[in-house]
Ligand binder design. Sequence first.
Ligand SMILES: [Zn+2]
Length: 485
Amino acid sequence: MNNPDTVDLSRTVATREALQAVPPQLARRLGVLPVMIADGQLYIVMADESDDSALSQFEAQMTMPVVVLHARAPEAVASVIRRYYPEQSGGYDGTSLGLLGEIVRRAMLYRCSDIHFDAESKTGLIRLRIDGLLRTDRVLPHETLNELISAVKVSSGLDMAERRVPQDGQLTMLIAGEEISMRVATIPTLHGEKLTLRILATESIAAELADLNMLGMSGAHHRLLLEALGNSHGVILLSGPTGSGKTTTLYASLRHLKEPGTLHILSIEDPVEIPLDGINQIRIDSDRVSFNRALRSTLRHDPDVIMIGEIRDAETADIAIKSALTGHLVLSTLHANDSVGVITRLLNLGVSVDLVNSALRLVIAQRLVRCPCPHCMTWTPATEADCEFFGWGADDRKIMLPRAAGCQLCHDTGYAGRLGLYEMIPVDRTIRDMIRSGESEDHISHYLFKECQIVTLRADGAEKVLKGLTTIDEVQRVTCLLRSA
Ligand SMILES: [Zn+2]
């Protein structure tokens, strides 16, 4: 799988050195993306690999040898080139708005989900959340930070003079020809105002992400989910902390369901995170329409499938479960630590045992782990601690495990991209009996994970580590708070 001739641009960031070696006009005209410089050679990707004349013209302009890498998704190369080398210019024009555009453009290149503008005691920080973890992108004087924050506030219609109360808004910017929408939030902190931008996925990202085959589910998990989605009624519930990829799984499921075009799919969201064609997405404006009122109204629009962003209270839980019993397939998320905890949480929300038993089809717990950068990962034998973590015997110490290293292409993080770990419980007759007789979470867990050998999040992690899809450090990071099973 580690093919040095192929580069996955969705998981790779071009190095500054390589970008500087190629003038923007040349890159745009010949459709060339420089990726990195190593051993005195320039590695590039081309928008059209069959264009020999473009390549020879490019080589004639360069002073160092050129190596052409094949892009895994060649159709995306042209738009990636536009992001790195925007048409208008050389980027930052000295104004706050120009600097803001430059920061957002970089954030898009790094596949960043949130941009933080933080005021510290002496300086301001711009930090980017990439693959789930924050990284400082630049340090600025307080004054510049405040100008940037003001620019965002003005552009998103917030009250610029108000710095003492939190404000929320929305901002849309045109970045390299692509409309980027962001959610804006401000809050006063000890050293000044803090601002956070959440980048909302664009249509192109939505298309890239929301495919059930792309989530990293094992074949068995994929089949379990498809089987549950094949039901005409019942509830499928997902749990996991914020940022564990629940929304992506929900959207991928909806995309799968809308394919035949024979189902009416409604979703109630707060807010709508990814726009999807073919689905009636209802955005909740809590000032005017409450979540539950919207949910009740949707039932009068003859839906086959209802997606509820999150079940937060007893009333939503009640409507969701009852809709599932009246011929609707309901998909939603619920806050719980693991899959078994979802059942307890539903009961704690006051849903009766009988209703839970009749409606619940599948419970999914999930987490996101980072994938090791394919260009620099190494394999070393499992240590004693590794074996202990996964419950392996002493003989397993010969097993080779992938380790993250760090190279130019992953900006020394050792990681690029993410995939999901899953734990899925199909609710069968035995579990229904256990719920009915009031068995404890521990008993149900014992039955599922010891007797039925249901794959736990950690076991799913172990399988993916063995395949080189993630590292043991990542599995430890996201499963350390779970009961050991
Ligand atoms: Zn790397």
